[in-house]
Design a protein. Structure first.
Length: 245
């Protein structure tokens, strides 16, 4: 379903919201509808990410690039920040200076460090981070640290870091018209119900239970849909051995 088709309202998500609310652009302004549809879209994307099995969700065809980006490494610098649209970092790679190949880093496992700090574990030189070829990374909020800190003798600095990530959907603006939500089409209509509920809570309270029931059912179906997408992978139950010594 298109976001705001003014020539064919039957294809318009915004018009569907207004229809559910008995509203129009005056009583329910386009900016408010857009904000609430975006909120619903991000909510559904969060559900999808939680339900993803072996597939890595990045179905939003509104994006023209892959969920991967490069960044420049700085000599002796541990800490780097990443874009707020990255919902989850999946991998970090760095490029070698010798072969130009990408090598994957390991996320820090705190159990490996024991009682040591990262500085104690990876070492410091005269109070500065140990440099070399990074082997590990540690995520902290909207940033991550590389250990050891990169050096130009071991890694390529210019665009020498690469992040693979999960991201939110491409959100709408009030000027969008024919763009469609980046989720499976059967659940486009769910966004209309999600955007209608806040308005109806104030002006059409009798409709809220029915609309909320519809949203809850659709979310359960959406989660089930994404949880079973890897049909070409055979599920095998295996036993895990435990070593008590």
């Amino acid at each position: 379903m298109q976001f705001y088709n003014t020539t064919d309202t039957y294809l318009s998500l915004v018009h569907e919201v207004w229809s559910l609310c008995d509203a129009d652009i005056i009583s329910y302004p386009l900016a408010d509808v857009t904000r609430r549809i975006n909120g619903g879209l991000e909510n559904l994307v969060g559900k999808i990410l939680g339900a993803d099995g072996m597939w890595q969700w990045d179905d939003d065809s509104n994006y023209t690039d892959l969920p991967r980006g490069t960044f420049t490494l700085v000599e002796g610098q541990e800490r780097y920040t990443f874009n707020a649209t990255y919902l989850e970092i999946e991998h970090i790679d760095v490029m070698t200076t010798t072969s130009g190949n990408w090598r994957r880093l390991k996320p820090i496992d705190r159990q490996e460090l024991g009682d040591l700090t990262t500085e104690e574990y990876f070492g410091v030189t005269s109070g500065n981070p140990t440099t070399g070829f990074p082997t590990h990374y540690d995520k902290q909020g909207r940033s991550f640290r590389l250990f050891p800190a990169p050096t130009s003798t071991a890694v390529t600095l210019s665009a020498g870091g690469r992040v693979t990530f999960k991201r939110t959907a491409d959100l709408f603006t009030t000027s969008d018209t024919t763009q469609s939500p980046g989720i499976p089409s059967p659940y486009h209509i769910t966004l209309a119900y999600m955007a209608a509920i806040p308005f109806c809570t104030t002006y059409k309270r009798d409709r809220v239970p029915l609309y909320q029931k519809k949203v809850d059912e659709d979310i359960m179906d959406l989660i089930a849909f994404h949880a079973r997408r890897d049909k070409d992978t055979r599920k095998i139950m295996t036993m895990r051995s435990t070593n008590y010594f």
